[in-house]
Ligand binder design. Structure first.
Ligand code: HEM
Length: 425
């Protein structure tokens, strides 16, 4: 078990007698206690207030602290009232200078109308129609990866993440963005570092994060320039040529967009597939039911996998005007953190939330892709397609696939990541 990296913390103390979700241990070494901790926080009146922590080597100081939003209704309300709970001051817990906010987050750290302008440019690439157009590609890529897995592992054992669940979303988003196949290993490493920043395996320091961010930004600029000169029909070419009300993306806007799309397209779906394989291994009766009549259950099973996995644990909002939330009076400027992981286990909304059930009704909706509102996941249709096809290929080619050891989890309070999952078929 690895040691906690060094942090500096804001002065505020965690609420007495409640689980301390600001502690590194809560997210990493004590992970099994999370469901019970979220239940305690959902059941107290109002919203608990927590201190912030940043890496010891970060040039930024921790902010004043944040209110934790853990109930489904409250996550739903805040997501759908961006006029009261804005994203423009950042969507991660710590405050960054505004330029860095936009550099890292692009439109996820913006409010309308700026957010709307950027989202309109790229959303054409992610409509259900467009996603069906890449369907064949997803199917071919999944089949190729399964072939390779079977061919390269005569012992019928392999790590699922490096052979399949990590490779599929990576190769699809790279291909949609027009990134040459030879560069995909770099993209994999870069996005791992950006989202795995708290995990010592991926660097774990602020300095390393900056190094990789600059490398990916420079890569994006070069690719963008070559597509501007010679468009090839991919999303990068579309972004470079985009014309919304006479505007084009600035090089800075394009670079940030590029980072958002490759990170979001890569580090989320991968974990949904890995958690899904683990859940089906732990619940073989669910696997038999789904694989016995795949198409009938696919829609609900995929939604249940995303609820179960909740690959993105939280996003932050900032309060714009005094308002209550969940019985808690809030003041303009307060930070709130929407914990999708807790909302997706809220017993007020889901019957037996601790059970993995591939036939769970679609309503009330799980919030793994967000809870509606302007920032709802742009890639949700693509991710659903990738997850469906991934499990369909597993069903057809290796229906006996199951996890044979506990996952090696990413150390993070933001991404519910699985770094390795040993499997047998
Ligand atoms: C299972 C897979 C995925 C999960 C769980 C997931 C989750 C999320 C969440 C929670 C948000 C924020 C929602 C909010 O603030 O209301 C988000 C936003 C976003 N996601 Fe995903 N995502 C997934 C896959 C993808 C894929 C494949 C892409 C493709 C590039 C993508 C692109 C984006 C973008 C661009 C945004 C920002 C949207 C905006 O600010 O308007 N995501 N996602």
């Amino acid at each position: 078990m690895s040691e906690a990296p060094l942090f500096k913390s804001s002065g505020a103390l965690a609420p007495e007698g409640l689980p301390d979700i600001s502690q590194w241990e809560f997210w990493n070494t004590e992970r099994a206690g999370r469901p019970a901790a979220w239940r305690i926080l959902r059941d107290i009146p109002g919203l608990p207030f927590y201190p912030e922590r940043v890496f010891a080597d970060s040039p930024f100081d921790p902010g004043p602290g944040y209110f934790a939003v853990t109930r489904h209704d409250d996550v739903w309300h805040a997501s759908r009232h961006p006029e009261l709970f804005c994203s423009g001051k950042g969507s991660n817990i710590i405050d960054l200078p505004q330029e860095l906010n936009e550099f890292y987050g692009s439109m996820i750290n913006m409010d309308d109308p700026k957010h709307f302008r950027l989202r309109s440019i790229v959303s054409k690439g992610f409509t259900p129609r467009h996603v069906s157009a890449v369907d064949e590609q997803v199917r071919a890529k999944a089949a190729e990866l399964v072939d390779r897995m079977i061919r390269d592992n005569p012992s019928r054992e392999a790590d699922l993440v490096s052979t399949f669940s990590g490779a599929l979303p990576l190769e699809i988003i790279c291909s949609m963005m027009g990134i040459p196949a030879a560069d995909t290993p770099n993209i994999f490493e870069w996005t791992n570092t950006i989202l795995g920043v708290g995990d010592p395996e991926y660097g774990g320091t602020y300095e390393r994060l900056m190094e990789v961010s600059l490398a990916i930004f420079a890569y994006a600029q070069a690719l963008g320039e070559s597509r501007r000169a010679d468009p090839t029909g991919d999303i990068t070419s579309a972004l470079m040529a985009a014309d919304v009300d006479g505007d084009q993306l600035t090089p800075q806007e394009f670079g940030s967009f590029f980072i958002l799309l490759v990170v979001a397209g890569n580090e989320t779906t991968r974990n949904a597939i890995s958690h899904g394989v683990k859940a089906l291994s732990d619940n073989p009766e669910q696997r038999d039911r789904w694989f016995g009549d795949f198409d009938r259950h696919a829609r609900t099973a995929v939604e249940e996998i995303v609820r179960w996995a909740t690959p993105v644990i939280h996003f932050r909002r900032t309060v714009t005007a005094d308002t209550p939330l969940g019985g808690q009076p809030l003041r303009a400027g307060d930070k709130i953190v929407l914990f999708y992981e807790s909302a997706n286990r809220d017993e007020r909304v889901f019957e037996h939330p601790e059970q993995f059930d591939i036939s769970r009704p679609l309503q009330p909706a799980q919030v793994g892709f967000g809870a509606g509102g302007p920032h709802f996941c742009l890639g949700a249709n693509l991710a659903r397609r990738e997850i469906t096809v991934a499990f369909d290929e597993i069903r057809r080619r290796m229906p006996e696939l199951r996890a044979v050891a506990e996952p090696d989890f990413l150390q993070s309070n933001f991404i519910n990541g699985i770094k390795r999952l040993p499997c047998r078929w």
